[in-house]
Design a protein around this ligand. Structure first.
Ligand code: XMP
Length: 510
């Protein structure tokens, strides 16, 4: 049984980061909303309370039931958690008089505790709160202060209950990871056994047990998540996994053939379905981006459904849902009844496909998916692929989509992406692509005047796609790429480079 850490979420923007830091210590953890905790907590060895946008003094502030947790297992209360323990247990929490947002330095009480072992005096921490703990709860001892926050950390006597006002999960807290390790490993004695290898062993045996001899259908996208999910399932149930890879006609140049080939080499039972015409028909004359997404989504469901019906007695639908998708939909603010959304690329399957869902990656973050992929022997090129949106090139062709526009953009995109690879820039970029603009411009080629399309190139750095910045690609690279595109791609006479960050722009143009 995997040892487990419970993170009770009070809606803080940083809760996911707590989970990430814990996982980086090779410790498995789960986030649950404070108002819908797991029924059986016997597998949890420690609990962390998150921060929250609420004030403990607000009427509708989160009021968790900790009767099964506090005093029964080690507990670390962060920010709101620390204020909650103080406010309701004999302490006093009030609005702070001084600014308590940003960097601060810890002053440790001598012999503070195991919690602060290997953390030096003046260690930098990150504060983000508007209330402050004026008086500690009953039976507590102060462990640390900062210049503005007297009660920056405390412990409740006689229990392994610790509280800290700062955020150990953000990188600005220099020793945050050390503090979490002190709490989880030294105090709670949780084993650091959450490794890709352990995950693969555990998941394969769980999948075998759950699925038995039944058949599973899975939609492959060519991306990292669905590919790793497929290989894991294949390891568990072999030929009973039926993969479907749909060509929507909006993929990159030669992508359908080359990815299909890769999948076959990996031993997957995969059927390639070329439905390009169906998608392009559905998109004819559609210019609105959301309308395009809808048409593509619906066409995908129809094609996938037709194919899935051809497999006899299929019982399960597998999806490449990953942890951030799950957390987004089961947040503390979403309430106990919040439902889990489907993976966005296979979302909204029709009701008549009464398949049970299997999501082998739903506990993993993206970097963990890649590590599991490596453990499974999946090729580096596939695992390191840039994200590519489900609606594909359709949302990079501004205005209506035609087969000719797709062809032009595929050519341009291939020159750009292959150029990045040849110049060893591909892995330094988080995502890159070309956009076909709905304008023509005047040019001159030889003695001829031209009036042709403009394309934009976009390359961004990001960690999660939520924020992004344009990449400072070398001028020589841009110069060469632009020349190659204009010389080789008929119909394009001008190339521009997008230098907008997100926000306020987005990564895609539509
Ligand atoms: P934006 O353009 O919102 O994109 O900055 C953030 C990330 O999401 C991808 N993206 C999509 N992925 N279906 C997808 O599967 C979509 O409709 C979609 N729209 C944007 C985008 O490529 C980037 O990685």
């Amino acid at each position: 049984m995997q040892q487990n850490v419970l993170i009770l979420d009070f809606g803080s923007q940083y809760t996911q980061l707590i989970a990430r830091r814990v996982r980086e210590l090779n410790i498995y953890c789960e986030i649950h909303p404070y108002n819908n905790p797991p029924k059986d907590i016997s597998s949890f060895k420690a609990t962390i309370l998150s921060g929250s946008p609420f004030s403990v003094r607000a009427e509708d502030a989160p009021h968790p039931d900790l009767s099964e947790i506090r005093g029964k297992m080690p507990l670390l209360a962060v920010c709101y958690g620390a204020q909650y323990l103080a406010h309701f247990h004999g302490g006093k929490v009030e609005p702070s008089e001084t600014r308590e947002y940003g960097r601060a330095n810890l002053s440790l009480i001598k012999d503070a505790e195991v919690l602060f072992e290997d953390i030096t005096e003046n260690s930098q921490v990150w504060m983000s709160h508007s209330d402050t703990i004026k008086e500690l709860p009953t039976n507590s001892v102060r462990l640390a202060s900062t210049a503005d926050v007297l009660n920056a950390a405390y412990r409740i006597d006689g229990e392994d209950t610790f509280a800290i006002q700062f955020h150990p999960e953000v990188y600005h807290t220099s020793d945050g990871k050390q503090l979490l390790e002190n709490f989880l490993v030294k105090i709670a004695s949780v084993e650091q056994n959450w490794t890709p290898e352990a995950f693969v062993d555990m998941t394969v045996s769980e999948l075998k047990e759950k699925i038995g001899d039944d058949k599973v259908v899975l939609g492959l996208s060519g991306g990292v998540d669905s590919s790793v999910a497929a290989v894991l399932l294949h390891k568990a149930i072999g030929k009973n996994l039926y993969c479907i890879f749909v060509n929507n006609g909006l993929l990159r140049k030669n992508e359908f053939e080359s990815v299909l080939d890769q999948y076959k080499h990996m031993g997957l039972n995969v059927k390639g379905v070329d439905a390009s015409a169906r998608f392009l028909d559905a998109l004819a004359g559609v210019s609105d981006p959301e309308e395009k997404r809808k048409k593509i989504g619906n066409a995908f469901i129809e094609v996938f459904d037709d194919e899935a019906h051809q497999i006899q007695d299929v019982k399960f639908l597998a999806q490449g849902t990953i942890y951030p998708d799950v957390i987004e939909s089961v947040s503390a603010t979403g309430g106990p009844s919040a439902t889990i959304k489907s993976h966005h690329n296979v979302g909204g399957l029709p009701d008549f496909m009464k398949l049970k869902i299997v999501e082998p990656l739903r506990a993993l973050f993206k970097d963990e998916v890649r590590r599991v992929g490596t453990e499974l022997g999946i090729a580096k090129e596939l695992l390191g692929r840039h994200p590519f949106p489900g609606p594909g090139l359709a949302i990079r062709i501004l205005g209506d989509v035609t087969a000719e526009k797709v062809r032009i953009l595929q050519e341009v995109d291939a020159i750009f992406i292959n150029g990045l690879k040849e110049s060893n820039l591909y892995d330094k970029v988080w995502q890159a692509g070309a956009i076909l603009l709905p304008v023509s411009s005047v040019g001159v080629m030889g003695d001829e005047r031209t009036y042709e399309k403009v394309v934009a190139l976009r390359a961004v750095e990001s960690t999660d796609g939520m924020t992004a910045d344009w990449v400072n690609l070398p001028y020589e690279f841009l110069q060469k790429t632009s020349n190659t595109i204009i010389n080789r791609v008929k119909g394009v006479n001008r190339v521009v480079y997008d230098i907008s960050s997100k926000p306020p722009a987005t990564i895609e143009w539509e």
